[in-house]
Write a protein that binds this ligand. Structure first.
Ligand code: MLT
Length: 388
């Protein structure tokens, strides 16, 4: 047996590298307050009503009549039904057996590679690092599509050959830049994917931050069910980064080489995954109820307001930022003659502010940093004062 040498070629995972640097810094500067605007991790506590629902569900485990063993690998029907209804409210028809409950988008967006061989991945540069890293660790070919001012920070298929098929990663609103694809722009990708028998992995982790009429699901676009898999998460929209729950939609009409990818993913999950705990799925079901949605809306508004405050302060002080209102992230051009990592060190050592260096998202991110609006309001305000 040989070990997978692709692991040597790959640098550390971006968010672990940042966490290590911050830990190291804290040991040297014990009294320095840290303003964490780095990783996009939620900071608002869970609502007590949500916790009550989960507590009641957990208590069911103490009674012989309601005790539950292994959860179904693809999720409980009550949660899948709630997701079916949420899609229906958007005018999208998804059936219960097209939904696979997961413990978050990160696992599915990387594990999905197990369904394919000889992959050529198409990934934006800059990009969410898990897309790129998982492909490099599997030894796949990767085509990077640069995002920059000249293309409005949006990927398009125009430079790709139509002679082969690809695994195409689309995150809209984009992490890290915040750029959001319109219906027409997604439609171009759907047409291209159907033409070339490619597969689109559509990551809609940030859909709840969309303020304009950009699609919140790729299935708003005709033709997507024969070329796309949608990966969704309760992390950012409902504060589940610790609880862990998400879902993946694999349409039954999605086939390649006459094989159903829905059946393949079912086979995969039954073998590689043990399901999400009952009480967590009960919590996820609750956040999709009218009452739960209202609670989540308040938290989302708080983070949106944080993003607005950051954007306003920074642009008033002549920082060059990407003008996106659909994202909890602010993508900022570094105002000094420094690399992304140098500016990261500068912000940390001067103010205790943690950002994400743009180059961590790919070479196309060099010269930029990303700030997260998931931080506490007081930290956002203090960071604005220090930076401007
Ligand atoms: C980010 O900061 O980009 C994400 O929150 C990290 C993640 O979702 O894994």
């Amino acid at each position: 047996m040989k070990i997978n040498e692709c692991y040597f070629a790959n640098k550390n995972y971006l968010f672990s590298e940042i966490a290590d640097k911050v830990e190291h810094f804290k040991k040297d500067r014990l009294n320095q307050k840290i303003y964490n605007l780095g990783i996009g991790d939620v900071t608002l506590p869970l609502d007590t009503k949500l916790v009550d629902v989960m507590e009641r569900a957990l208590k069911e485990q103490t009674h012989i009549n309601t005790f539950k063993g292994y959860p179904p690998e693809t999720g409980y029907d009550f949660l899948k039904n709630a997701i079916v209804c949420t899609y229906a409210q958007m005018g999208i028809k998804i059936s219960i057996d097209e939904i696979f409950i997961s413990n978050g988008a990160g696992c599915d967006v990387t594990n999905i590679l197990n369904l394919f061989k000889d992959v050529t991945a198409v990934i934006a540069d800059p990009t969410y690092p898990a897309y790129y890293d998982s492909n490099v660790l599997c030894g796949n070919d990767v085509i990077l599509l640069p995002l920059n001012k000249s293309n409005d920070y949006k990927m398009s298929p125009s430079s790709l050959s139509t002679d082969k098929s690809y695994l195409i990663y689309i995150c809209s609103p984009n992490n890290p830049t915040g750029a959001t694809l319109s219906h027409d722009e997604i439609e171009k990708w759907v047409e291209f994917a159907n033409l070339t028998k490619s597969i689109i992995l559509f990551d809609n982790a940030y859909q709840c931050f969309i303020e304009d009429n950009s699609p919140k699901s790729i299935f708003e676009v005709d033709g997507a069910k024969s070329c796309a898999i949608e990966i969704a998460s309760f992390s950012k929209c409902a504060g589940f980064t610790n609880l862990r729950c998400g879902y993946t939609v694999v349409p039954k009409s999605l086939t390649r080489q006459d094989v159903s990818l829905n059946s393949m993913w079912r086979r995969h999950q039954c073998t590689f995954f043990n399901g999400v705990p009952y009480h967590i799925q009960k919590g996820a079901e609750y956040v999709l109820s009218d009452e739960g949605k209202e609670i989540c809306k308040n938290n989302i508004e708080y983070y949106k307001q944080n993003a607005k405050i950051l954007r306003q302060h920074l642009s008033n002080s002549n920082f060059e930022i990407l003008p996106s209102n659909n994202s909890p992230y602010v993508w900022i051009k570094i105002p000094l003659d420094m690399t992304s990592w140098q500016y990261f060190d500068f912000l940390l050592s001067t103010y205790g502010i943690v950002c994400v260096p743009g180059s961590g998202f790919g070479v196309g991110g060099e010269g930029y940093i990303r700030l997260s609006a998931f931080a506490k309001r007081e930290d956002i305000l203090d960071a604005c004062k220090m930076l401007t």
